[in-house]
Write a protein that binds this ligand. Structure first.
Ligand SMILES: Cc1cc2nc3c(=O)[nH]c(=O)nc-3n(C[C@H](O)[C@H](O)[C@H](O)COP(=O)(O)OP(=O)(O)OC[C@H]3O[C@@H](n4cnc5c(N)ncnc54)[C@H](O)[C@@H]3O)c2cc1C
Length: 409
């Protein structure tokens, strides 16, 4: 009989417990310790209450590119448990998932409670011991103990012993401290997936407008991130802005969320290409007022904003636009500059970059390379994805790999 303690009753902890029991059959005794009143509390609020369970992207190589931290390790991990396995796992338990146009997958009920109920049902059926409002206060490693080499001190003062422990405590600094004391390297945690608050701009007057494909980057040398971009009353949001927040999470933290940003409102169309297009407009749409002939992907109020910024009268005909005006307008659309002053909120998803160093984990088992018998799953590890269901997929994948390894140990 293997005795396993799971620290944390969140997505990764509950899934790892269920999968360990599923794969290990009867020879494993599992206890989950969750310090809060409710298990799976982040699942509950996730995806605006709908729970974006995974992403409709099945090729491990493409999928792993959605992880600013962890790409290399997850590339192989997804071979053993990827989004298709997630979909099948839930389907077998009567929970069908649906994909939205952008690839995000939700339960067809559009209600995160469906996922929670499914997990709690499995936990019950599999006789997993779920302790709520009972956190772990300390972890001691006693390799020579005959009772089990891990001694846990619980919040109720009791001490318990286990052969293996699975750490699924999410972004909890105290737990990282204990793991550091046991010899693991901890990559400093910083927030990821936030919106971009701007200053010294009136673009925020256009709140609610969006473009379908923009490029956004940090000046002078940042890599552009692409996707829909939304203007909010404090700055920029939408997939492109959130992707930038994830890929540049560490840079933003180091500069206290102050940065010069550049936006190309029409994606990868370059300044020169746009200049050529507008020169064509000059001859093709001669008699049309500039205000009335704009780029298809630019909403009319944003087009007016571009014209106002470049002092071009919208009543002018395209035939009368000067070379200099074409240059200014092309520059404004492909290289708008903004000053970021702070990190904004994104209520639908939030994740922490940083955690247990990936170098200290064997990703074929999720076992610690430093202390045998400790396994990790989910956000506690220095792995995080962009928005879209990738963070839960990391939890399902790492939990399953750990479960497989534990069940045969
Ligand atoms: C508002 C919001 C919305 C989100 N929406 C999505 C989404 O739609 N799709 C997506 O992919 N990702 C989403 N995420 C990210 C996702 O929720 C996390 O990546 C995921 O929950 C990580 O799972 P985890 O089990 O590793 O950690 P957690 O879910 O954080 O669980 C850790 C658990 O450990 C417990 N714990 C901590 N310390 C102890 C201790 N000492 N003893 C006992 N228990 C302890 C905590 O109370 C917690 O319940 C969202 C996040 C937020 C904040």
């Amino acid at each position: 009989m293997i005795r396993l303690a799971v620290l944390g009753g969140g997505a990764a902890g509950c899934f790892a417990a269920i999968q360990s029991k599923e794969l290990g059959k009867e020879n494993i005794q599992i206890t989950i310790y969750e310090k809060s009143k409710e298990p799976l509390s982040k699942v509950k609020i996730s995806g605006g209450g709908r729970c974006n369970v995974t992403h409709h992207l099945f090729e491990p190589e493409d999928l792993s590119k959605r992880y600013p931290r962890g790409e290399k390790e997850l590339r192989w991990a997804f071979e053993s448990f990827g989004p298709e396995d997630t979909i099948e796992w839930f389907r077998k338990r009567g929970v069908d998932l649906k994909a939205e146009a952008d690839g995000r997958m939700f339960p067809i009920s559009d209600n995160s409670q469906t996922i929670i109920d499914c997990f709690l049902d499995e936990i019950k059926k599999k006789n997993i011991n779920l302790n709520l409002e009972l956190g772990v206060s300390s972890v001691f490693f006693e390799p020579d103990s005959v009772n089990g080499k891990f001694r846990l001190l619980l919040e109720n003062g009791k001490e318990v012993h286990y052969d293996s422990i699975l750490i699924a405590t999410g972004s909890n600094r105290k737990v990282w401290g204990w793991m550091e004391a046991l010899g693991h390297r901890i990559i400093a945690p910083v927030p990821s997936l936030f919106t971009l608050a701007l200053e010294n701009t009136n673009i925020t007057d256009l709140t609610g407008l969006s473009v379908p494909l923009a490029n956004i980057r940090i000046l002078p040398k940042g890599k552009p991130q692409t996707g829909p971009l939304l203007i909010t009353h404090w700055g920029l949001s939408g997939p492109a802005a959130l992707r930038l927040s994830a890929w540049e999470a560490r840079h933003f933290a180091e500069t206290d969320y102050k940065a010069d940003l550049e936006v190309n409102w029409i994606g990868s169309v370059t300044f020169n290409e746009l200049e050529t297009l507008f020169s064509d407009y000059k001859s093709i749409h001669k008699a049309v007022k500039i205000i009335n002939k704009r780029l298809d992907s630019i909403p009319s109020r944003l087009w007016e904003w571009f014209l106002a910024q470049t002092n071009i009268s919208g009543d002018k005909r395209w035939s009368d636009i000067s070379k200099q005006e074409i240059r200014s307008l092309s520059e404004m659309i492909t290289r708008s500059r903004f000053q970021m002053k702070a990190k904004g909120v994104f209520k639908e998803e939030f994740v922490t970059a940083g955690g247990i160093s990936r170098k200290d984990i064997d990703f074929s088992t999720m076992q610690s390379k430093v202390v045998k018998g400790i396994y990790f799953a989910g956000e506690v590890i220095d792995v995080d994805g962009i928005t879209g269901g990738f963070n839960f997929q990391n939890a399902w994948t790492t939990a399953t790999i750990a479960a497989k390894a534990i069940s045969i140990s």
